[in-house]
Ligand binder design. Structure first.
Ligand code: WQD
Length: 339
């Protein structure tokens, strides 16, 4: 099948392109390289032996996006990753997040509608739940008041898609990710933050390799066993594989309804200090970190109830926290050798 992957040179996008190519799909990537680099396309070819089509442009540009969809009206599906995604950054520049994340989605939905392209997998996020009252969090758990503009763009995007599906006869599977970390076993692709990382794991590995002096742990006064915040970390390759299952589910029309939602997590929550401990175990290094104040916009704890995705998608995250940290560290070391 011919699948469009927006944000396909990005972190989760590139790992998903690898899994799609491994499954024999033909892949077209759109990326504006605002948070990724073009060499990722060659790395994907090195891993899979197949080269995806690559178009570099910004999806907030309606005219260019319209022209792209008109020229690719034979697409069997779209997997939409392209968005800004840092919780902390969205607190400091909300308008940049609303404009980028919503305008690009509107242009994609328009292109799909105008060219009879039916199937959309949408990259959503557990941030739509805010701080859940009950854990583990289910797909039916209430979507609460967003704690950040980033989370709000994901909530608004899901609602926009729901109405577009109803009005235009599209189909969508929204995948609510928990915290994707780790890298491909080949250490040829991985998380590639431009500038200072916003996310925990690249900050840890950059501290380990010496790019950063020390890690700041945002808060140790949470109501958790060791006082640091808890997240459901999931290996990016496990996450990527779920996208292939989701797009195949829609194309083969075995879905239950036109707008399905699945939580993609492991079902286990780990604290910041537990992630640090795992890094120290797999790297053999002592990580330099210090406890500082909480980061605005952060929730205290969240982990997924994955039973619905496990049952319906016949998909389950397999990799352990240590495997996630080992591949993240191997990738960081490979990056430093490349420089
Ligand atoms: C994780 C924990 C921080 C950096 C991410 C993505 C978002 C969404 C949800 C997919 C928090 C702490 C972090 C640091 C720290 N994923 N931390 N020091 O905020 O949960 O959101 O997952 O859609 O796109 O950004 O991830 O890695 O920033 O933070 O102590 O230098 O690590 O406080 O508790 P977050 P994160």
């Amino acid at each position: 099948m011919k699948i469009l992957v927006t944000g396909g040179t990005g972190y989760i996008g590139s790992h998903t392109v690898v899994e799609l190519l491994n499954k024999g799909h033909h892949v077209v990537i759109i990326d504006n390289l605002s948070n990724s680099q073009a060499f990722v396309v060659e790395r994907i070819e090195e891993i899979t032996g197949r080269k995806p089509e690559f178009h570099r442009f910004d999806l907030t540009d309606k005219a260019v996006t319209d022209a792209f969809f008109a020229a690719h009206h034979d697409l069997d599906g779209v997997i939409h990753f392209a968005a800004f995604k840092a919780v902390g950054e969205s607190m400091t520049d909300p308008l940049m997040y609303y404009r980028n994340n919503l305008d690009s989605l509107i242009n994609i939905l328009q292109g799909m509608k105008d060219n009879g392209i039916k199937n959309l997998v949408f990259s959503s996020s557990c941030t739509v739940y805010g701080q859940p009252d009950k854990l583990p969090v289910k797909e039916t758990s209430p979507v609460k008041e967003a704690w950040s503009p980033y989370g709000n763009t994901k909530q608004m995007s899901e609602q926009m898609i729901k109405f577009a599906v109803q009005a235009y006869g599209l189909k969508c599977i929204a995948l609510r990710y928990f915290n994707p970390i780790g890298a491909h076993d080949s250490a040829l692709i991985g998380e590639l933050p431009l500038g200072e990382p916003n996310n925990l794991v690249p900050y840890i590995t950059q501290t380990g390799i010496g790019i950063r002096k020390s890690l700041q742990v945002f808060g140790s006064d949470y109501n958790t066993p060791d006082g640091t915040a808890i997240r459901d970390y999931i290996h990016v390759v496990d996450l990527a594989k779920a996208h292939v299952v989701a797009v195949d589910r829609m194309i083969s029309e075995v879905g239950k309804g036109d707008f399905e939602i699945f939580n993609l997590g492991t079902g286990n929550g780990y604290s910041v200090l537990e992630v640090i401990k795992s890094f120290e175990k797999v790297s053999g290094l002592k990580l330099n970190y210090r406890i500082v104040a909480r980061r605005p916009g952060d929730i205290e704890k969240v982990w997924a109830d994955t039973s619905y995705a496990n049952k319906e998608l016949k998909w389950k995250a397999e990799k352990s926290l240590d495997e996630m940290m080992r591949t993240a560290w191997n990738w960081e070391k490979a990056l430093s050798e490349k420089k």
